[in-house]
Design a protein around this ligand. Structure first.
Ligand code: SF4
Ligand code: SF4
Ligand code: FES
Length: 712
């Protein structure tokens, strides 16, 4: 049992676990101690701002609550009951404001600013300062996505601590001393990496702001819509800030088991793809001799019906894995029940064999051993998982990139993670988890990091729509390309060439117009109601934040389905109610929850036997190439100016040993070759890469495949 200590805060007695800080102890007593620099997610308090000062009986000077631990019998008085603490806090605020510009009326933080709020509550009502305040050049773009206003900075060091201790990129630093201290980037390079935008939320003043949001809205004009990010399989909980029907920014919405209040820059900044100049707003039809032209929705649905009938049961649907569960189910019902075609092209293999090893992502932080298999950088695949792994390492966990049975068996809490090329990854990691006896062991589990945000949900919805088994069709009468990720997939494009006709659902002109016979406008995850299933198997609610420029998919799918005698509701809650009976045990749409619990798959077997492990690959000459889809890539990222500098450079990553064996230095230009194909790339030595493996972003790999050689 945890030892408790008895503490009195403002005459209220509380019992808290030994080691609790005074800020938390006061909270347990229902009393708020104001803070600026303290933020428990950044680690221990550092006592930088002095806002949290309190009087502690027996200690003559005021103490900072954020750096003091409660001890048994301690008597604490906050500004509510201690004149001394109240005068101290007032003076602290006066001091913090000495050089602060107080430009609240034009500051984007105004109205939602802790400095403003605490000054009203605890600070002086006027100023005694008559001298000139310090001024700095402003705003400084520390990257294309973030603007820094140094005059507003109160030197709380939240941003530098995040960079140093959470994302561990070490790029934000403080330069100079005393009043001349300024926040800057290391060697004035742009602040880059998957997590930079988090500092704009951590900053308690308007010093670090997302450039996209500058002068875009005031707090009384906006609504924050609680939804989930649809950019990768983590499914971070976010608030979409909306003004006049348009999304203006994305903020984190702390789900302690999934994201702990951090989100990545793709999830934060890529929302503006919804306003891309080449957005498709009307259906487009291929017209003989005249190329393509917009058509009315009535004509588009007539044409879709004609193509579906002409295919005579030979319809194939290429899913993107970004459809909502409801959209995938609606499409499946139209095609499977309406036309008797059952074949879907899934974006990646989905397995149920991992369900027996389900854990919340936060369990990674508490693991003693974390094994990451698969050679694709976790941050590229599922960024927040990378932060959990970093937290585990800081907590003393061993993080391995090769399976060490002895280490896993010797740990009370072990987690296996597959971050590799798709295919059998999920089944492979499940087989290892089974072999190592992790099933049912508390704190132990296994994760597969999918490439798509809702591949699992889409695949299960497809399966739920009909009991008929898919039969291989010899020819493809009609290919339906469901979404931009599928439209971007070379395998889907190859199938489109063989298909007699193609319908594409796409958001952007550049993608499908040109090779599809009919293009129907697609929507973004920010424009949909529905549900997604994340990599933990957690069912989460998407809420429509922005109005789509064209009708929702469910609306026209329902109309089209009725032409085939299929009853399909046009609204997500009704579609969910139907499919929930089949796969979610009848769970009501309204019960999915704003902070969804990890329910496990309702109706799924407690344990699915994992298939046998693949034969280990025979040792080969040369280096094994792993091509990966970078985080900052894809149709949405390509349409966001602020993210272009984050796109992966043309480089090949090597393990140190392989680079040394070939006399290759970090940053050198090297030749990568395979079967007569060769290309020049910059070499980068990657610490997390196993010997014998090289890694290249898909967009820079050209025709390189399989085993390659790299030479200086
Ligand atoms: S920029 Fe913001 S977060 Fe960073 S030290 Fe200044 S006030 Fe704190
Ligand atoms: S980690 Fe994934 S889900 Fe989270 S914000 Fe980034 S892209 Fe979105
Ligand atoms: S919050 Fe305690 S010193 Fe800043």
């Amino acid at each position: 049992m945890t030892d408790l200590v008895r503490v009195t805060v403002d005459e209220r007695e509380v019992h808290v676990p030994k080691g609790t800080g005074i800020v938390e102890t006061a909270l347990a007593a229902g009393i708020e101690i104001p803070v600026f620099c303290y933020e428990p997610r950044l680690g221990e308090g550092i006592g930088a701002c002095r806002m949290c000062i309190v009087e502690i009986e027996g200690i003559p000077k005021l103490q900072t609550a954020c750096t003091t631990t409660a001890t048994d019998g301690m008597v604490v008085k906050t500004a509510r009951t201690s004149k001394k603490a109240s005068v101290g806090q007032n003076a602290t605020l006066e001091f913090i404001l000495v050089n602060h510009p107080l430009d609240c009326p034009v500051c984007d933080k105004g109205g939602e600013c802790p400095l403003q709020d605490l000054t009203f509550r605890y600070g002086p009502g006027n100023t005694r300062m008559t001298f000139e305040k310090l001024t700095f050049e402003k705003p400084i773009p520390i990257s294309p996505a973030i603007s820094l206003d140094r005059e507003r900075c109160i030197l709380c060091y939240r941003c530098t601590r995040f960079s140093e201790d959470v994302s561990e990129d070490g790029q934000l630093v403080a330069r100079n001393r005393g009043a001349m201290s300024v926040i800057t980037t290391f060697e004035d390079e742009p602040y880059s990496g998957p997590f930079t935008g988090n500092v704009t939320e951590l900053c308690p003043v308007g010093a670090l702001l997302p450039t996209q949001y500058r002068f875009e809205a005031r707090p009384w004009e906006i609504q924050n819509v609680p939804t989930v990010c649809g950019m990768c399989s983590v499914g971070c909980n976010v608030n979409a800030t909306v003004r006049e029907g348009k999304v203006k920014r994305i903020l984190s919405r702390n789900h302690p088991e999934i994201d702990e209040g951090w989100i990545c820059d793709k999830g934060r900044f890529a929302f503006s793809h919804t306003r891309a100049a080449d957005r498709i707003v009307d259906p487009i039809k291929r017209v003989r001799m005249h190329g393509f032209e917009p058509v009315s929705w009535d004509d588009a649905l007539d044409e879709a019906e004609r193509l579906l009938r002409a295919a005579q049961g030979r319809v194939v649907v290429a899913l993107s894995g970004s459809e909502t569960v409801e959209q995938a189910y609606a499409m499946a019902k139209l095609v499977r029940v309406g036309t008797g075609s059952h074949e879907a092209m899934l974006p990646e293999e989905v397995t149920h064999s991992l369900d027996a090893y389900g854990l919340p992502l936060s369990a990674i932080r508490d693991a003693q051993v974390v094994v990451v298999l698969g050679d694709v950088s976790v941050a590229e695949r599922a960024p927040i998982v990378d932060l959990w792994i970093k937290a585990a390492r800081r907590n003393g966990a061993r993080v391995l990139t090769e399976l060490d049975d002895h280490a896993v068996r010797g740990a009370d809490r072990a987690v296996l993670i597959w971050s590799g090329p798709g295919g059998r990854g999920g089944a492979t990691v499940a087989a290892h988890a089974e072999r190592l006896g992790l099933a049912g062991k508390e704190g132990c589990g296994a994760f597969y990091l999918p490439e798509t945000p809702n591949g699992r949900g889409a695949a299960d919805a497809w399966a739920a729509a009909s009991d008929e088994e898919p039969a291989e069709t010899e020819s493809v009468g009609l290919l339906i390309v469901s979404g931009d990720e599928a439209a971007n997939d070379p395998n889907v494009r190859a199938l489109a060439e063989k298909a007699e006709s193609v319908i594409a659902i796409s958001m952007f002109h550049g993608l499908a117009a040109g090779w599809a016979d009919l293009v129907l406008p697609g929507t973004s995850y920010l424009e949909r109601d529905g549900t997604y299933v994340n990599l933990e198997g957690r069912l989460q609610r998407l809420r429509r934040s922005a109005m789509p420029p064209a009708p929702d998919e469910l609306a026209w799918l329902s109309q089209l389905a009725s032409r085939f005698g299929v009853e399909l509701a046009p609204h997500a809650p009704m579609v969910f109610a139907e499919l929930s009976e089949r796969i979610y045990g009848g769970l009501a749409f309204g019960e999915v929850g704003e902070r969804a619990p990890l329910r496990g798959y309702l109706g799924a077997p407690a344990h699915v036997e994992a298939p046998p492990l693949p034969e280990p690959e025979a040792a080969t000459e040369g280096l094994q190439l792993v091509c990966y889809k970078p985080l900052f890539s894809g149709p949405a990222v390509e349409r966001v100016d602020e993210l272009q500098f984050q796109r992966p450079p043309a480089e090949v990553e090597l393990a140190r040993a392989d680079a040394q064996a070939r006399g290759i230095a970090n940053g050198a230009t090297v030749t990568v070759s395979h079967n007569g194909t060769s290309m020049q790339l910059r070499a980068r030595i990657a610490k997390d890469l196993r010997k014998g493996i090289v890694r290249i972003a898909r967009e820079h790999a050209g025709d390189l495949r399989g085993t390659v050689e790299v030479s200086a």
